[in-house]
Design a protein around this ligand. Structure first.
Ligand code: FUB
Ligand code: ZN
Length: 658
């Protein structure tokens, strides 16, 4: 026995309890798409990609060393684990936290488990195991597991599905269980999750008690459970939830909008209602499509994606502009200061686009993944990994009372969500298809995996991305092998150049597409990619009224912002960019600032007299004429905002176009 076969065999032996249908846990990525008939791409396991010193390895380190341990302590301090001990009789305490808080520890476990995909971390493993034991000790013999619907609330089980979050919590339990199984080969949490799911199937669904995901989440978890076990009942239950059971449930039109569930997903024509709910529903629907190939799902997904990208997504990849209902607004309703843009919603956007990318291999989806990851997701966790944004606004006035980053929220959904994304990130760099290997993201890393025909392949990326647009990619098949290397050429770049072993690649890279290089690759082959990183001034559609006559600055995948702290002598709200700006800038990497960032400086204008010295209203004729003076505008990457003292901040900068 040799190569892959031996690896699979040993992995199953090592797992001890692994059963045939769950397959080789070590080879499974964030999503297991090997058998998905309508997925074009397959995930690469998280463990197959080692992030080496670079942008994301620094974030991963902070996640593993600071964020995950400190949040566990906070979950303990706030009684979230005690809620389970209370049920198992291990502690006599009151239940704490909102009714959905079981999901917070589940998401924490999922994030921590993804860390174990990449490294042996006995201390973390022990913590996960302890948490898993506490959770399973609270599970009822029937399989039911929820710390809120207990005692005198037992009669309310599955009766308050609009607000109850029982199915949402189960979804997170399943995702944690699958990540933990794929980390360790240990099925204990997976078996617990299956037991609850089977109880649900026995008691509910078509012909039995109707179900509703008041907060979508279970839909995608069930499809992944189907992929993990091969048990078709889980896929069917997901399909039932996506269709909704509105004939048997008493739902108002408002419920159907807010929850983004309850009626057939395929009847949806626009993104509306609670943004996280909508993004999770779209993720689940895309998963369902990849298994069933139902074209009505695909056309709905296309319609919704167009609705989002044409009028409802922030430049940061954040979504959900309204705080009322944490909801999507009307098209072009994208306020900056009032932007709600919950971290979980940007994560949902990334998760959805990851599935759309897997279904199609189309670069437009990878562009959104990169946009949300580097900006609206990355902003959510502080640089030191201990503070989190719930909202990620695009403008702050600098009021010290506005604590935009906090260690804990009573609804603490975002922190563990950010952790699970960062911990699983190595699994988002590459995919395989029957034709070869896709490279989606650029950063220093080493891939050790194989093509879909089983032939071993190693790839090493060397780069200073996102600060620099050069990427050196060493392609090392075990022996000469013909396949296609698909390199993502981001839509944001003005020009790109690709060389293979120093000579021009057979075709020209086109921004917004994958460059397909098909050839016989030999060990030691080198690809050099150069992406133009000149900063870009971006205008919004004029219907985004707040951004009229303003520009946002982007460089590479990063959106930039001005913080008051970096400006001298003028309020950021009095600064503007003059017409000569596009080429008139200085880019300087400052290793000591904000963990190391490239700062952009533009010669600009400061309004005189300053706006703070002007009356609130006055007749136009009496308004002092503006005599702008020269000033320098200094910009940092948006994701790093609010990591120093409280400061005013803005992304969209007034621009004088003549
Ligand atoms: O309802 C559970 C979570 O709490 C949602 O996903 C967040 O938007 C917050 O409302
Ligand atoms: Zn959240």
């Amino acid at each position: 026995m040799k190569g892959l076969a031996a690896f699979v065999f040993l992995a199953v032996i090592a797992a001890g309890t692994a059963e045939p249908q769950t397959g080789d846990w070590r080879s499974q990525g964030v999503l297991r798409l090997e058998q998905s008939p309508h997925a074009k791409l397959r995930n690469v396991p998280v463990r197959a990609v080692a992030l080496t010193d670079g942008f994301w390895s620094a974030r991963r380190k902070v996640n593993v060393e600071r964020s995950i341990p400190s949040l566990y302590d906070l979950l303990e301090e706030n009684g979230i684990l005690d809620n389970f001990r209370r049920l198992s009789g291990r502690k006599k305490v009151e239940r704490k936290g909102p009714l959905y808080t079981d999901s917070d520890i589940y998401k924490w476990i999922e994030g921590a488990a993804f860390v174990l995909h990449s490294e042996d971390n006995p201390k973390l493993r022990a913590r996960i195991d302890a948490a898993v034991d506490e959770i399973l000790a609270a599970q009822e013999p029937s399989g039911y597991l929820n710390t809120y619907y207990v005692d005198d609330r037992v009669p309310l089980r599955f009766q308050e599905m609009q607000r109850g979050h029982e199915l949402y919590c189960l979804g997170h339990l399943l995702q944690a269980a699958i990540a933990y199984y794929r980390a360790t080969g240990n099925r204990k949490l997976l078996d617990g999750g299956i037991k609850f799911t089977d109880y649900l199937i026995e008691t509910s669904g078509p012909g039995k008690r109707p179900l509703l995901t008041g907060h979508p989440e279970l839909e995608m978890a069930l499809v992944e459970l189907y992929r993990a076990t091969g048990d078709r009942r889980y896929l069917d239950l997901s399909g039932y939830l996506l269709r909704g059971d509105r004939e048997r449930l008493n739902l108002t039109p408002r419920d159907l909008v807010y929850m983004f569930s309850g009626k057939p997903f395929t009847e949806r024509t626009k993104l509306e209602g609670h943004a996280v709910r909508a993004m999770y529903a779209c993720s689940g629907a895309t998963d369902y499509y990849m298994e069933t190939g139902d074209r009505t799902y695909w056309s709905t997904l296309e319609r919704l994606w167009n609705d989002m990208t044409r009028g409802k997504m922030y430049i940061t990849g954040g979504v959900g502009s309204r705080s009322s209902g944490e909801a999507f607004g009307e098209p072009y309703e994208l306020p900056n200061q009032l932007a709600y843009t919950e971290s979980c919603a940007a994560i949902g956007n990334m998760m959805w686009n990851w599935r759309l990318l897997a279904a199609t291999g189309e670069a437009r989806f990878a562009d959104i993944i990169e946009r949300s990851l580097y900006n609206g997701v990355n902003s959510g966790m502080s640089l030191d990994g201990t503070l989190y944004c719930y909202r990620n606004p695009l403008e702050l006035v600098g009021n010290p009372e506005d604590k935009i980053r906090n260690p804990w929220y009573s609804t603490t959904c975002c922190p563990p969500n950010l952790q699970r994304v960062l911990a699983s990130l190595p699994g988002y760099f590459y995919s395989t298809s029957k034709n070869g290997l896709y490279v989606h993201l650029y950063d220093n890393n080493a891939l050790d995996w194989h093509l879909e025909d089983g032939s071993p392949l190693k790839v090493v990326q060397k780069t200073n991305y996102p600060w620099d647009g050069g990427v050196e990619i060493a392609v090392n098949p075990e022996s000469a092998r013909e396949f296609t290397l698909f390199l993502r050429i981001p839509a944001w770049t003005n020009s790109a150049e690709a060389l293979v072993n120093g000579g021009r690649a057979p075709s020209q890279p086109k921004p917004g597409e994958y460059l397909a290089i098909r050839r016989t690759w030999n060990p030691g082959d080198m690809v050099s990619l150069k992406l133009d990183m000149a900063p870009r001034l971006i205008a919004a559609n004029p219907r985004v009224r707040e951004n009229r006559r303003r520009v946002a600055v982007e460089r590479g995948p990063l959106v930039y912002a001005m913080e008051q702290l970096d400006q001298s002598g003028a309020s950021i709200f009095d600064l503007a960019l003059p017409p000569a700006s596009p080429r008139n800038y200085r880019a300087e990497y400052r290793a000591g600032l904000l963990g190391g960032v490239t700062v952009l400086e533009y010669p600009g204008l400061a309004m005189e007299p300053p706006s703070a010295e002007r009356p609130l209203y006055q007749p136009l004729a009496a308004a002092a004429p503006e005599k702008p003076r020269a000033a320098t505008l200094s910009l940092i990457p948006y994701y790093a905002f609010a990591n120093r003292q409280p400061s005013a901040m803005q992304v969209w900068i007034p621009y004088q176009d003549r």
